[in-house]
Each structure stands twice: as C-alpha cells, then as structure tokens.
Design a protein around this ligand. Structure first.
Ligand code: VG1
Ligand code: CO
Length: 542
C-alpha cells in the first residue's frame, strides 16, 4: 500500500521569507510538490505516530495538494492529521490548532498576499510544534534535502472526503476533518471582551471588513457578524475563491483600495479593516484616518491592557528591523523590553517562547501576540475593536492622541516589483560596497550618521542571521532601509523603507509622502535605483 517513488531533485526549492513560493505551473511539474513535502519530513525526526496539522488558504491547487500531503503523511508514519474542513485553515488558525492539540507540527498551503489562480502563485510552509514558522536551521535543512532527494513515500488510496467533519482512516493514519473556525473563535473569546464589543455594535458603531475573497471570510462572518452581532454585510468579499476574484489578496492601499475609499468617503463606517490571502495580515483604517501598520503596532501595544487577555500588561515588544520605531517609544514609556529582528515571523518565535515579548509586529501589516506563533489579521482587528469599545472614542482621536504623547513616526514603503534580478542584485551590492564610506556624507541638509547591513543575534538560541537589509541612519532617528523581498515569484522586488520622526504636534498632519520628501529623494539618488532598474517610480507605495 505504501509506494516508494523514484524522483530527481529540483534546484529551486529554497524556502524564502515564508516558505516555498512559486507559480502554480511550477508546483504542477512532476513530483515538485512531493519532493518538497518529503524533504520536510526527511528533515524532521520523532514524528512517528504524532499529529500533523494541515490546511490552506483555499487558493487554486489547494485541494489537490492537501490530498497528496495526507497520503505522504500516512506513508511517512504520522499517526493523525487534523485537516481543516474543505482544506481551509488560516495561518493563525493552523498555529492555534498545533498548540491546542499539541501537534508535532503543521503544513500551511498558501502564498499569502500573492495572487492565486492557475497562473498565480502557490506556496508550502512548515510550522514547528510551538505553532510558528520553522526557524532557519530547519528551512536550511529542508533546502539541503531538496538538493539530494532520490525518492518519496506515498500511500495509494482514494481521496479523503474533506467536506464532511469526522474521522477516517488512511493507511495506518487517522484523518480528522475539523471545523476550520471553531478553535480559533474560542481563542478570540478568551482574549477579548466580546460583550463589550457587542455593546459597541449595538450602540450603532459601523464597521466594514474586507476578506478579499480569501481565507478570513468564514472566520469574519462567524466572529464579527454572528458572535459579536455586527450587521449582516459588515464582511465584504467573504467567500474564499480559488483566484481571489482575480485580485491580489494583499491588504494595502493599492489592492485594498475599495475599502480605503470607503473609509475616506462620505458617510464612512467608524472602522474599516482587511486581511490577506492566508489571514495573517491586517489593514486598519478609521473613518478618515489610515493607520500605518507600524503605528498600529505601537497603538495596540500602548492600549493592549484594555483587553482582558492582556490586562496584566506586556512582557515586551518585538518588531522587524524595517518596521518604524514608533513601538520603541511605547516600550520605553512602559519600561519593557524592545527587540529588533530580521523580516519574517520566524524570528519572533524564540522571543515569544522565552516569555520576553507579548506583542510583535511588522511594517508589512502583520501584528500578533503570544496567543499563537504567527501574525494574526483578525486578532489585530478584534484588539482594535476592544480598545475602541473600552475607550469609547474615535480612531482619529486615539491616533492623534498617540502622536501627541509619543511623537509621530512618518513612514512609507516603496516597492519596485518584478524588476530584473541582475540589476537588483547589482544595486544591493553597490550599496553594501559603499557602507564603510557613508558615515558623514551629506545630501543637502541630511547628514548620514551611520550605515550598516543589519545582522541579528538571537538572544535565546544564539543563532546569527546576517545580510538582513542595508540601513542608512540619520542623527534624528530618521532611516532609509533597502532589502530584497523573499516572497516574490518573478524577478526581484526591491523594498525601500523610509522613516522620519516628528516630535512637534503642530507638524503631525502633513501628507506622508510630502513629510518624507527629502528622504525619498535621497533614497533614490543614493541607490541609483532608476539606473539599476530602469524604473522611474515604485510600483506600489504603502
Ligand atoms: C513579506 C513582508 C514580511 C512578511 C512576509 C510574509 O516578506 O515584507 O514582513 O513577514 O512577506 O508575510 P518579503 O521578504 O517579501 O519582504 V505573508 O502574509 O506572505 O505570510
Ligand atoms: Co499572509
């Protein structure tokens, strides 16, 4: 019944910032999925008879790959797989299920914010027993294994019925189809004051949540509309579609423009939000006020104790290096630890496990806490709702009050998507080569105070991660950061992150791009980006 199939390695199965991501036709090559999944299993030990959690964001190819992973898990000796109904589990839901049922690990099928469909993207990610993304030690081992793999194991059996909850047998393994939403919803009810948020909705508070035809639809319907009593229609695009309706399920100002326009329009709802393909990101917009993810992290941290799950206060805060320093100011005021990590949620796991931090965030619209080991889109929305319900005031008031107390970190990210890899690599090399000579150089009124290539030493396991992004630092705390994306599937994507701190409240209402104008110009001149990419402007500004 267990078959061993001969295969040959693919050279391109290196996991990036968040798992292996490729175009669907690449994943459809013979044995491509199987090679990677077997390489995951071959890089782990001690899982015989243990539980694996499995689910995906519902994108094109999800169901086929779920069946193959089930059959391979059975052939490789897992005792049980918990799989979301219909193959659906959001990334934070997978993290929760792994933790709650003490599973050995989990596999998430998602390319997150990348587009879906037959010509879109697909992805596979492995999460460890703490519920978080595999650390680099494991992803490096998986990649090494993909380079030498010669065979994989799979059970020959009919497909499992994914649509009916319940237990069935596959070889010597149990397959348990679980409700995709129930465990996650129960966790949210432990963390937040649902009665108080319900009162807020009953008092006439209006909200719109854009699920972007991706995985959070069922979660948002169940939690916002059914459990909390928000009016029907609060959730937009709530049905997960294999191609996300042809859109990028990326909750930024370009791809979530519909909800942005709604929030900025006349008769806008009090609160608007969106989440991405796999449900781990969040976009937060109040009536007439966009909150950058970096600001959102700082504001959530400053107010978290208003939610029952965080009433005891925070142990510390962590943010990825490109994320603005707004949260640092909150940590300083609270007198708690602040940690700066490389991009990607896998770097937060150790800090959370060690109890050093409670809340983490990334500028890319990812925020989360110790409740799971992934970023969590709906969690951020619910924490904001809990804060709004407790403070009984508007988003605008909370945001402006925060800036008045802590100062404002103007922040923007400029992405140059799908440029030629050679040009992007040459640009990064040129910047790195210049690093030793940048200190003291002036550009108009701006003098560079320091420049480096960010390196991280993990205080918990002692591991080192180098070359995590070029940082140009200025005396007033302003920064320009350059790095290449590790989640794209075509060419290279250059990200330039620009930040400027403004203490003076009378200058807190300048348009962001204008406030950052001189730094933006400097960031382009210094990198000669137009020369290296032949692009005169970014493709996405967030
Ligand atoms: C991007 C973001 C990063 C995030 C990662 C995964 O990575 O910048 O902050 O953790 O996506 O998010 P990169 O390497 O392209 O900059 V998700 O929602 O795709 O799981
Ligand atoms: Co995501």
């Amino acid at each position: 019944m267990i078959k061993t199939i001969t295969t040959t390695p693919y050279a391109d199965q290196a996991p990036g910032t968040s798992g292996l991501r490729k175009k669907v036709p690449v994943f459809q090559k013979p044995h491509y999925v199987e090679n990677f999944v077997q390489s995951i299993f071959d890089s782990l030990d001690g899982f015989a008879g243990q539980t694996l959690v499995l689910g995906g964001d519902g994108r094109y190819y999800n169901r086929e790959v779920i069946q193959r992973v089930l059959k391979m898990a059975a052939a490789n000796g897992f005792g049980r797989v918990l799989v979301g109904q219909g193959g659906i589990l959001s990334t934070p839901a997978v993290s929760n299920v792994i933790r709650k049922y003490k599973a050995y690990g989990g596999i998430v099928l998602s390319a997150s914010h990348n587009p879906g469909g037959p010509d879109g993207d697909f992805g596979i990610k492995y999460n460890i027993g703490n519920g978080g993304p595999a650390p680099e030690k494991i992803t490096d081992a998986i990649f090494a294994r993909t380079r030498s793999i010669t065979s994989y194991k799979i059970v020959e059996a009919p497909d499992v019925d994914l649509d009916r909850p319940g237990v069935s047998r596959l070889g010597d393994m149990n397959v348990e189809v679980i409700d995709s939403v129930a465990d996650y919803s129960a966790l949210m009810q432990q963390l937040f004051d649902f009665d108080r948020i319900g009162d807020l909705f009953r008092s006439g508070f209006r909200m719109k949540f854009d699920a972007m035809s991706a995985v959070t639809g069922p979660y948002a319907h169940a939690i916002l509309e059914r459990a909390l009593g928000a009016t029907a229609g609060t959730v937009m695009h709530g049905q997960p579609l294999p191609d996300f309706g042809g859109h990028h399920p990326d909750p930024n100002l370009v791809h979530a423009k519909e909800i942005y326009d709604l929030a900025m329009g006349t008769n806008a709802p009090d609160f608007c939000a969106a989440s991405d393909g796999d449900g781990d990101r969040n976009l937060i917009i109040g009536r007439g006020i966009f909150v950058t993810p970096s600001d959102s992290l700082a504001m959530l941290a400053a107010n978290a104790q208003l939610a029952p799950g965080y009433a005891k206060g925070l142990a510390g805060i962590a943010r990825s290096m490109p994320t603005s320093g707004a949260a640092d100011r909150v940590a300083q005021k609270l007198g708690i630890g602040m940690y700066e990590t490389p991009t990607g949620w896998k770097f937060f796991g150790n800090l959370l496990d060690a109890g050093l931090v409670t809340i983490c965030g990334e500028e890319s619209a990812g925020t989360g806490s110790s409740h799971v080991r992934e970023k969590d889109g709906l969690w951020a929305v619910l924490l904001w709702l809990n804060i709004l319900a407790a403070r009984k005031t508007s988003m605008l008031d909370i945001v402006q009050g925060h800036w008045a107390t802590y100062g404002r970190n103007y922040y923007s990210r400029h992405d140059y998507e799908e440029v030629e890899s050679d040009g992007a690599n040459a640009m990064m090399k040129m910047l790195r080569d210049q690093l030793p000579s940048l200190k003291g150089k002036t550009f108009g009124a701006l003098e560079i105070a320091g420049a480096d290539d960010f390196a991280y030493h993990d205080p918990v396991d002692g591991s080192d991660s180098k070359n995590q992004g070029v940082r140009i630092l200025f005396p007033d705390g302003s920064r320009v950061v350059y790095r290449l994306s590790g989640t794209g599937t075509a060419g290279a994507t250059i990200r330039i992150y620009i930040e400027k701190f403004e203490a003076d409240a009378s200058r807190h209402n300048v348009e962001t791009q204008a406030a950052l104008g001189d730094l933006i110009a400097l960031s382009r001149n210094l990198s000669r980006i137009e020369h290296y990419t032949q692009r005169s402007a970014p493709s996405v500004i967030t």
